[in-house]
Design a binder for this molecule. Structure first.
Ligand code: NAD
Ligand code: TYD
Length: 375
């Protein structure tokens, strides 16, 4: 029975990861550690924590005493660190929080892990650890900075982050690699491109656009909408992490992406087309629209788009070269963008309660603050 500590699993990717792992493996147990910030929601994982292999603990990854208590109690073999402040726009508003959680939080977890896993020292004085342990850091392609019209991020591309978010993630990657070099801590890192799918908080582009259409709100596109992101369905990311943890050598770094570059404006157009088609084919879905908007739906059109002022330091293009993970581990993405985006629109239609729950409270204030002045 392999014992996992999965941090940040009440958020988007972490929750999909624990669902994936519980489906895929019988012989595991999972403790979720999550601070339940605005981005974490217990409702997202309520069915998973009903499973007797999965426990939930509310807490901060920076709280070393708590993390140590959990290590003492559960004897983890693997730590998968998803916990982070993850939204670039918020990092521009409040960099400090990003540095604290994303850098110092990662360091805290590793300090507790190396103390818990050490069994002695080798002849050169390096710590030696219990067999089979691993600290896995969930990183992002944003650590590499931005590309022009050509080229791809490879694992040997120098890190050159631009936003406070990506700088904090790059710093965490450096600290993880420093712990590997200095303390021989068994680590691995995955750097994935933009994810989309179920349970993504609707501040990120894809769920924001879907939900704004369903609420008949304008669709804010930054700048001219020409920035490019490389989108991956979240389950494909989860599969990659699982494979890297079980099959990759200690100290490995893998890029994860599915050769799916899209301009923001094209994604917004596509989502508008899908929502309008779904409303035409399934008139019963119109109950998800505002009451006075259910009859004539010709308003679901590109006219909903509003070009707003650009994000500061907006990276032009991200694109992953995934050949290393494909070659070494045999990973490849299973969900095409056409299928994944359709499923994601459908999921958002079917989960209005979840969307209402996570966007209640302070999110409305945040939304007004972000978009109220950006026309
Ligand atoms: P998210 O914002 O949806 O979820 C983050 C989770 O971490 C939330 O549940 C939150 O409550 C929790 N958290 C935040 N601070 C914490 C703290 N101090 N202690 C404990 N828990 C805390 O993020 P996501 O999109 O699921 O991203 C997860 C990870 O994957 C992040 O590390 C992110 O950098 C990385 N990543 C994200 C993407 C993407 O497209 N979303 C792509 C590549 C990598
Ligand atoms: P986002 O989902 O925030 O992911 P990231 O910034 O980590 O790539 O944004 C994806 C792209 O969409 C990015 O180029 C910014 C742009 N964007 C908009 O044009 N409008 C929006 O309302 C948001 C949230 C993002």
């Amino acid at each position: 029975m392999k014992k996992y500590l999965v941090t940040g699993a009440a958020g988007f990717i972490g929750s999909n990861f624990i669902k994936y792992m519980l489906r895929k493996h019988d012989d595991i147990s999972i403790v979720v550690l999550d601070a339940l910030t605005y981005a974490g929601n217990l409702g997202t994982i309520k069915d998973d924590i009903d499973d007797k292999r999965c426990f939930f603990v509310r807490g901060n990854i920076c709280d070393r005493a708590l993390v140590k208590e959990l290590f003492d109690k559960y004897g983890f073999d693997v730590v998968v660190n998803f916990a982070a402040e993850s939204h670039v726009d918020r990092s521009i508003e409040n960099p400090q929080l990003f540095l604290t959680t994303n850098i110092l939080g990662t360091q805290s977890l590793m300090d507790v892990a190396r103390a818990a896993w050490a069994t002695g020292k080798d002849a050169q004085g390096y710590p030696v650890y219990r067999e089979g342990v691993r600290f896995h850091q969930v990183s992002t392609d944003e650590v590499y900075g931005a590309l022009g019209a050509e080229g791809y991020f490879r694992e040997d591309t120098p890190l050159c982050p631009h936003s406070p978010y990506s700088a904090s993630k790059a710093s965490a990657d450096f600290i993880v690699q420093a712990y590997r070099d200095t303390f021989h801590l068994p680590v691995s890192i995955t750097r994935c491109s933009n994810n989309y799918g179920p349970y993504q908080f609707p501040e990120k582009l894809i769920p924001l656009v879907i939900n704004n259409i369903l609420e008949a709100k304008k669709l804010p596109v930054y700048g001219r909408g020409l920035n490019v992101r490389d989108w991956l369905y979240v389950d494909d990311h989860c599969k990659a992490i699982d494979l890297v943890i079980s099959e990759a050598k200690d100290g490995s770094v893998y890029n994860v992406g599915g050769h799916n570059e899209q301009r923001n404006i094209d994604i917004v157009h596509l989502i508008i087309d899908i929502v309008r088609r779904q409303m035409e084919q399934h008139p019963e879905y119109r109950k998800f629209l505002p009451e006075d908007k259910r009859g004539d739906i010709s308003w679901i059109s590109y006219d909903l788009i509003t070009y707003v002022s650009d994000r500061l330091g907006h990276d032009l293009r991200y694109a992953i070269d995934p050949s290393k993970i494909k070659h070494d581990i045999g990973w490849y993405p299973e969900t095409t963008f056409a299928v994944g985006i359709e499923k994601t629109v459908e999921w958002n239609l079917q989960h209005r309660d979840w969307v209402d729950e996570v966007t209640s409270g302070d999110y409305q204030k945040y939304y007004e603050h972000m978009y109220g002045h950006r026309g």
